[in-house]
Design a protein around this ligand. Structure first.
Ligand code: FUB
Length: 340
């Protein structure tokens, strides 16, 4: 795969500076926070990082997580509650290894936890588990979602009641292996040069929230001239960590650029896009990965993210939150997670 090694972002200033926010929880390592407001509270669906003793490589084998803990907050600066193990890999019948970034949704009087995990043949698929409680415990469906692949599901409810799942991630997330529509383990690299960049994927969910209701589509991101982002543009192209929401009638598709470590955003007029690249939401943080969610709570907007403040290790992360602000034209004011 790629030559670049996964290591703490030594090429950024992030390690030398003062963080603007403190970890929300420090007795377990958490990452990839997907935040939602359910019943007037904030529920956070993060990855639960552990040290499995696996050396770092660019397939992300060192991210060897085995369960999920769901966290809740009554207010942004309030006490955080860890609701304990909500789903364990041993209770997912088809799972092999690596429980990566999850998300959740509420519909039909139930909560749905969506999660990527490698199956027993080491191919990432997306699974779903259900509960009557937003904090779990969740019971996994016997099989992955049919037609799902790769990582980082993010589920969005549109104003008309339809739910859409966005997903995908390159390199360790295996998206480059699906370029022909079928899994090809020999397709090791993303495209390069002037070729169009790989895209995130989207599919509307069925009413029972357990299936894709249509063929998976590409989430195309255009530059300001209306051309799809090019593969060589690593500062802007989609890598992983889809998250979408609506603000002032527009869809904001946010994502990580992976090896350049930015959280970027692109806006569009439909949940399917196309989206036009707008800029950076969050500059690089300590650690290799950067992964976000954005949510409105009591009329303010918040960015949930992670860094490695507690451990200094790229696979042992801690989640954080900070306020996110817009300019009157709807553009996002770029956040630096550190100050001098
Ligand atoms: O936590 C494992 C992986 O790291 C996630 O799925 C990616 O988004 C990255 O944060």
């Amino acid at each position: 795969e790629k030559e670049d090694t996964i290591s703490v972002n030594k090429d950024t200033d992030a390690n030398k500076l003062k963080p603007i926010s403190q970890p929300l929880i420090s007795d377990i390592y958490t990452a990839d926070p997907s935040a939602h407001v359910f019943d007037g509270k904030i529920y956070i669906y993060p990855s639960h990082d552990i040290d499995a003793g696996i050396p770092e490589n660019d397939k992300g084998d060192h991210f060897a997580m085995r369960d999920y803990h769901i966290l809740s907050l009554d207010s942004i600066n309030g006490k955080i509650t860890d609701h304990g193990v909500a789903l364990d890999i041993k209770d997912i019948p088809w799972a092999g290894r690596q429980l990566w970034a999850p998300d959740a949704a509420y519909s039909n009087g139930k909560y749905y936890l969506y999660f990527p995990v490698k199956d027993k043949t080491d191919i990432f698929r997306i699974g779903v588990a259900t509960s009557t409680n937003p904090a779990g415990p969740f019971k996994a469906e016997p099989k992955p979602i049919e037609g799902s692949f790769s990582i980082d599901p993010a589920v969005f409810k549109d104003d008309d009641g339809n739910f859409y799942m966005y997903f995908g991630g390159i390199w360790g997330g295996q998206l480059q292996r699906w370029q022909t529509g079928k899994y090809d383990s020999t397709a090791k690299d993303e495209p390069s040069g002037d070729m169009p960049a790989l895209t995130a994927k989207v599919a509307r969910l069925s009413k029972d929230m357990l299936h894709f209701d249509e063929k998976v589509k590409d989430v195309v991101i255009l530059d300001k001239d209306g051309k799809p982002l090019q593969a060589k543009d690593h500062d802007k192209r989609f890598f992983e960590a889809s998250w979408i929401y609506k603000y002032n009638g527009k869809y904001y598709f946010t994502y990580s650029t992976g090896d350049t470590h930015f959280i970027c955003y692109a806006t569009g007029a439909s949940p399917y896009g196309p989206f036009t690249y707008q800029g950076v939401v969050l500059n690089p943080v300590q650690g290799w990965t950067n992964h976000q969610s954005i949510v409105e709570f009591n009329n303010k907007w918040y960015l949930f993210y992670h860094d490695t403040q507690l451990s200094g290790k790229t696979h042992l992360r801690n989640i954080k939150v900070t306020e996110l602000k817009y300019r009157p034209d709807g553009s996002i004011i770029t956040i630096d997670a550190y100050t001098k």
